[in-house]
Design a protein around this ligand. Structure first.
Ligand SMILES: [Zn+2]
Length: 470
């Protein structure tokens, strides 16, 4: 029974992502399956960890059920807001995409890019009616959340406790000190990277422009998928003592892993989409494998930059993790509940360091490493900001009113809740719901672990899940 529910979950997840048709109520039906899984877990074997997992699944379901209705109303709102913002801007300020492209091409027109950004992100331009609806939407969800939370604790505390076994104040403290260390890294990079670029990276309006500039430096090096798979093979062998042979097919690769004389297979497959992801496979989907990485066709058709290579290594980290854990007969979802992103971050870092190492001696290796680091730091800071916002908004007594844009002063500023509408969806719906803190906290752990350099331990503990408890 349990495995049939898990198979159904896996299949539905695949259908949702691979299938062309996007089901708006996917979250809800998926959560319903999670709920039945929770019942089964409690019935089958009542251990402390299965009970805790079941409790989390039930919480997810209730919360999603409520948010689902709010969110579908909100989706309509997004469409209306987008068109009204566009109309508003095109009348006075926004000369369209051609103008933006033109400005992006010119470094000396930085002022105009900033101006354009500010007008696009100005919540005062929003129609009053829409704005007040968003505020109502958010506050209703927050009200619901406070009714869910356990006695005397906020939803943020409740979640942080479930996931990290800590209260939100100490998680927030962890995040803030991590943020400080990222800031310091960024400042020290100013010695190696043109000051102009660092300044632009710090401005929300110009960051995209600066990244484009960084990209042009990074793109000096490119890799084919075959080369990247060879790197994976080499890393697995030399760091983890894991031997892999690779079999090439037209639109997929089979990775045959050998452990204790036994073989199992992982799949890397092409998908006609710009997204790239990894998931557990059910036998119906790919009989031989336990896990599949779906790679955007870009990887199959072109040589890619080190930024894409990083994404590739990230997914391979998930692939190995899911594959190895299920190979050892463990339940990946409950075992890795708060650690989904550890192996991906670990492999990502090991892979990128490997590529940079292989450029040693070439005149641009240092530049490439610096630019890449710069790019990484900005991304990471954004994640930390998301987490902080997540925690703040779910804390006790937080109420949004129309005069507040956003309460947290931001470095890579995502400060406007009204015009960065995507934000709202990520805070309250979907799988990452109130769990932004997973990303930065996982990557922090990943960096620390790599710097300690004990790869055998990393492999056993994180990739195989040996010694981990749910
Ligand atoms: Zn990931």
């Amino acid at each position: 029974m349990r495995s049939s529910i898990i198979n159904a979950m896996v299949k539905s997840y695949h259908d949702f992502i691979i299938g062309g048709e996007k089901d708006q109520s996917f979250d809800l039906s998926f959560a319903r399956m999670e709920l039945s899984l929770a019942h089964e877990l409690e019935k089958d074997y009542y251990t402390e960890s299965s009970a805790r997992y079941a409790e989390i699944l039930r919480e997810n379901y209730n919360s999603r059920n409520f948010c689902h209705n709010q969110l579908s109303e909100y989706r309509n709102l997004i469409a209306r807001i987008n068109s009204s913002v566009k109309n508003n801007l095109s009348l006075k300020l926004d000369p369209g995409k051609a103008f933006i492209n033109e400005q992006n091409a010119k470094l000396n027109k930085v002022h105009d890019i900033e101006r354009l950004y500010n007008s696009r992100h100005n919540h005062l331009l929003l129609p009053r009616y829409e704005k007040s609806k968003i505020v109502t939407c958010i506050n209703e969800i927050l009200d619901y959340r406070s009714s869910v939370s356990k006695k005397g604790s906020s939803f943020a505390d409740h979640r942080c406790n479930q996931i990290w076994g800590k209260n939100s104040t100490s998680i927030k403290q962890d995040l803030l000190s991590y943020y400080d260390s990222l800031l310091n890294k960024m400042v020290s990079l100013q010695r190696y990277i043109p000051e102009e670029i660092v300044t632009m990276l710090q401005s929300p309006a110009l960051q995209k422009h600066a990244k484009k500039n960084i990209f042009s430096n990074i793109y000096l090096y490119s890799y084919s998928l075959g080369e990247l798979l060879e790197v994976v093979r080499d890393i697995c062998e030399s760091y983890f003592g894991l031997s892999i042979s690779i079999k090439t097919h037209v639109d997929y690769y089979e990775l045959h892993l050998s452990i204790d004389g036994k073989l199992f297979t992982l799949i890397v497959k092409r998908i006609e989409s710009s997204s790239t992801y990894t998931s557990l496979s059910s036998d119906e989907i790919f009989p031989k494998s336990k896990a599949i990485t779906y790679l955007s066709s870009v990887f199959f058709d072109n040589r890619v930059s080190i930024i894409n290579a990083k994404t590739f290594f990230h997914e391979i980290g998930h692939l190995l993790n899911i594959g190895l854990v299920t190979y050892y007969g463990k339940h990946y979802h409950s075992l890795f509940l708060n650690k989904y992103e550890i192996c991906s971050q670990l492999f990502e870092q090991i892979g990128v360091r490997y590529l940079i190492e292989s450029l040693k001696g070439s005149p641009v290796d240092r530049d490439l490493a610096n630019y890449l680091m710069c790019y990484d730091i900005t991304d990471e800071m954004k994640q930390v900001e998301f987490s902080l916002i997540d925690i703040i908004i779910h804390s006790k007594n937080f109420t949004l009113d129309e005069s507040v844009c956003f309460p947290y002063e931001s470095y890579t500023s995502f400060s406007n809740m009204f015009t960065r509408v995507i934000f709202f969806q990520h805070l309250f719906g979907g799988e990452l719901e109130a769990m932004y803190s997973i990303y930065p906290l996982n990557s922090r752990l990943a960096y620390k672990t790599i710097d300690e350099g004990n790869y055998a331990k990393i492999f056993e503990k994180y990739f195989c899940g040996i010694g981990l408890s749910a």
